[in-house]
Ligand binder design. Structure first.
Ligand code: TRP
Length: 449
């Protein structure tokens, strides 16, 4: 199958890390950590990333590079028949839903970036709350900017793997690190910041319970972009000599590192002005600007707020690109149509999901089970489809795919050494440990356990 590749090692790592690093790290991670007691949660999160996330990621890379095509093609090839390709279809549907609701939050970031530029985000608590509620209530704006964000993603994806995705990631990821470092330095230099750092690094194990464990697994999967064929799609673009094992460690390392960095910029600042870290999802859009206002002089707070919302928008964009690419590559290859046409199909479908999600949070809520559609899409993907995708992938690699093909991928056709013990550990994890853990999560979501 004719395929494009990432042009350089750095480009490949940055593009894949760009997919992983997103609102999941900067928005969801600090929020979940705050709500679940800080350091103990982080420790569990890192353990899950090591023993569940990493083997899961590696499995998707193996399927992807072995296949070398879109995810339907790669899953069918790895499993030996077209039925396995359904995993790719499910991944595409799941990522289209994620792109839909994710673009709503990404749109808020873009809106707040504009507000920060026009010096409109540095009000007190009541002002910030009323501003946020006004934004959510105005479905024309929220729906409009979510579509705008998808169009922005579209503009990058249509340019192709090297000229679009890789180039954009190479420009945006270093900028993202720099912006983040500036914010961490500013936050940690505040008087009282030490309490936030303590919260982040001193574990209190009494806070751990089953819900926290599930939250940690869900967060780890979402953050690594696992279970939606996203890593499989990117894996197909990895050059033949890429060391998959090493790259997985690097990408997961960057992902965890950025999540902890996000904690290092948010908690010290919040503690410095005496704001509780468990403020929930409003933390980023209501609490933080208020923290900036109290902690710094107006002109510094102005610059910091711009940097912060620029950072969020950038992180979101490198992730939405990857969600878009799954569908674009699949539709263009499977239907034999141009990339541009395929990208438009994805853009239109995801825009509809985005608009519906935005409307569902407005004055006339729509949705199922007493929740908004936005929450429905989030819940269905994070709690069920994503773990299911990872479950099927680990079964495929653990039990079905020829071991020779797996070893070929892990060693890049004999280029790299693979100690027998490491391979045995990997097989044990993907055969038993990963599927068992995921099964427990899915069943618990249905309240069966
Ligand atoms: N990992 C991204 C984040 O942390 C989100 C993301 C990108 C994603 N692609 C994905 C999540 C595919 C699930 C599946 O924000």
């Amino acid at each position: 199958m004719a395929q494009s590749n990432f042009g350089s090692r750095l480009g490949m790592i940055l593009a894949t890390a760009g997919s992983a690093v997103g609102l999941g790290n900067i928005w969801r991670f600090p929020t979940t950590t705050g709500e679940n007691g800080g350091a103990a949660f982080i420790l569990v999160y890192i353990l899950f990333t090591l023993f569940l996330g990493l083997p899961g990621m590696l499995s998707e890379f193996i399927v992807g590079r072995n296949g070398g095509g879109n995810s339907i093609y790669s899953y069918s090839k790895a499993g030996g028949n077209r039925l396995w390709g359904l995993t790719g279809v499910m991944g595409m549907i799941c990522s289209a839903m994620i792109l839909g609701f994710y673009s709503v939050v990404a749109g808020w970031c873009l809106y707040y970036l504009y507000q920060a530029l026009t010096d409109n985000v540095l009000g007190d608590k009541a002002f910030m709350a009323s501003e946020f509620n006004a934004l959510i209530g105005n479905v024309w704006i929220t729906a409009g900017i979510s579509v705008l964000f998808i169009l922005l993603t579209h503009a990058i994806v249509v340019r192709g793997v090297q000229q679009g995705i890789e180039k954009a990631s190479k420009a945006m990821m270093p900028l993202l690190f720099i912006l983040m470092l500036i914010l961490i330095c500013a936050a940690c230099s505040l008087p009282g910041a030490a309490d936030g750092i303590t919260f982040l690094f001193r574990p209190d194990f009494s806070k751990l319970n089953a819900t926290v464990l599930f939250e940690a697994i869900g967060q780890s999967f979402f953050s690594l972009s696992l279970g939606t064929a996203c890593l499989c799609t990117y894996g197909a673009y990895f050059p033949r000599d890429t060391n998959l094992v090493k790259s997985s460690f690097q990408i997961a390392g960057i992902d965890c590192g950025v999540a902890i960095m996000a904690g290092l910029m948010i908690f010290p600042a919040a503690f410095a002005v005496g704001i509780q870290p468990d403020a929930g999802p409003s933390l980023i859009f209501q609490t933080l600007p208020n923290v900036f206002r109290q902690a710094f002089t107006h002109s510094v707070a102005y610059v910091i707020s711009i940097i912060f919302f620029a950072l969020l928008s950038l992180a979101a964009l490198t992730s939405t690109i990857s969600m878009h690419e799954i569908g674009t590559s699949m539709i263009s290859e499977e239907r034999h149509i141009s990339r541009t046409k395929a990208a438009w199909v994805v853009t239109i479908v995801c825009s509809i999901i985005g608009v519906l999600s935005a409307i569902s949070m407005g004055p006339r809520p729509i949705g199922f089970f007493g929740k908004t559609l936005f929450d429905n899409f989030d819940g269905l993907t994070s709690n069920i489809l994503l773990p299911l995708g990872a479950f099927v992938t680990s079964l495929l690699v653990g039990w079905r795919m020829p071991q020779e093909a797996i070893i070929n991928e892990l060693t890049s056709n004999g280029r790299y050494r693979l100690p027998a013990k490491a391979f045995a550990l990997f097989l044990f994890l993907v055969r038993f440990f990963v599927p068992a853990c995921i099964l427990v999560i899915i069943l618990s979501r249905f309240n069966i356990l």
